[in-house]
Design a protein around this ligand. Structure first.
Ligand SMILES: NC(=O)c1ccc[n+]([C@@H]2O[C@H](COP(=O)([O-])OP(=O)(O)OC[C@H]3O[C@@H](n4cnc5c(N)ncnc54)[C@H](OP(=O)(O)O)[C@@H]3O)[C@@H](O)[C@H]2O)c1
Length: 259
């Protein structure tokens, strides 16, 4: 497929990862649509990127953003503020998926290592992951380790599963921001990355040229699974808030209605 013909919506485009995603997607020949809340903040993007205004917390503001897109990369975040995490980390994913109204778009969702630790705002990232798995869209979910804590010679990608590094500090692992963006963007064109949920780390050595063998080494999420392959089953649906269960039911019903 000619990548020049694919349009990717970058959510969180003004953020510390989103800016790298915009650059990487342009490098890979995508047409880039950067979602911003404040149009003035969109002025610093390369001129080839287009900018669309929308607020993830207002579903009705996202229709123009998703019109005709082929892919979405989610990198938005609120850094631990719990009500923000519900509205933006989780609600932003829910609202973009709803705005798509079944239109097919390949998804790359960034969450975080420790998403399954049941601490702080991480449950909201995990709930966003669950919506993506239930959405019927083709997806990859990337849980990065600590941003830019890598050593100068630490660029070899390491993708792990089971979310076992849970100290909550940089000893859990590190990955460069640029590489997170590159993995998110390359996943959009990779069969080997389909239905994969993984923690993204780095180890000493040069970056792999071809990411597909790294994606291919991972276990795919089971069809209809709520959580990632090898995640602990420590967030049962019957103990989830009713509004969360209702969101999942709605998305599943929509998928059934459209198939
Ligand atoms: N630091 C780490 O080591 C680490 C590791 C793993 C995961 N993470 C997670 O990575 C996430 C993102 O990190 P980052 O450094 O890229 O964050 P960031 O620089 O703060 O960027 C956040 C992005 O989200 C956007 N956003 C927030 N609320 C929005 C809304 N209502 N509508 C539309 N866009 C909205 C922001 O837009 P504006 O410019 O309009 O504010 C910005 O583009 C965080 O949630 C964090 O938990 C961090």
């Amino acid at each position: 497929m000619n990548e020049a013909q694919r349009t990717v919506l970058v959510v969180g485009a003004t953020g510390s990862i989103g800016r790298y995603v915009v650059a990487s997607a342009l490098d890979h020949g995508f047409a880039v649509r950067a979602l911003v809340r404040d149009v003035a903040r969109g002025k610093s993007f390369p001129p080839e990127a287009s900018v669309v205004v929308g607020d993830l917390t207002r579903a009705e503001s996202l229709n123009e953003a998703v019109a005709g897109i082929d892919a979405v990369v989610f990198t938005q975040g609120t850094y631990g503020n719990s009500s923000g995490a519900e509205a933006v980390d989780y609600g932003g994913v829910r609202n973009v998926l709803a705005a798509l109204q079944g239109h097919k778009a390949r998804i790359a969702l960034m969450t975080a290592i420790g998403t399954t630790d049941r601490k702080g705002s991480h449950d909201w990232k995990r709930r966003a992951e669950r919506l993506v798995r239930a959405s019927g869209q083709l997806y990859t979910i990337v849980r990065p380790a600590w941003f830019d804590y890598n050593e100068p010679d630490q660029h070899r990608l390491l993708m792990l599963q089971g979310d076992k590094a849970l100290s909550g500090n940089p000893s859990d692992g590190a990955i460069a921001r640029r590489q997170i963006a590159e993995v998110l963007v390359r996943s959009l064109s990779s069969e080997a990355a389909l239905s994969k949920t993984f923690e993204l780390h780095s180890e000493r050595g040069p970056e792999q040229t071809d990411f597909d063998p790294v994606f291919a080494s991972l276990e795919a999420d089971a069809p209809d699974a709520l959580d990632g392959a090898r995640d602990l089953p420590n967030m049962p649906l019957d103990s989830e808030p009713a509004r969360i269960v209702a969101d999942l039911d709605r998305i599943r019903t929509d998928v059934e209605r459209r198939t």
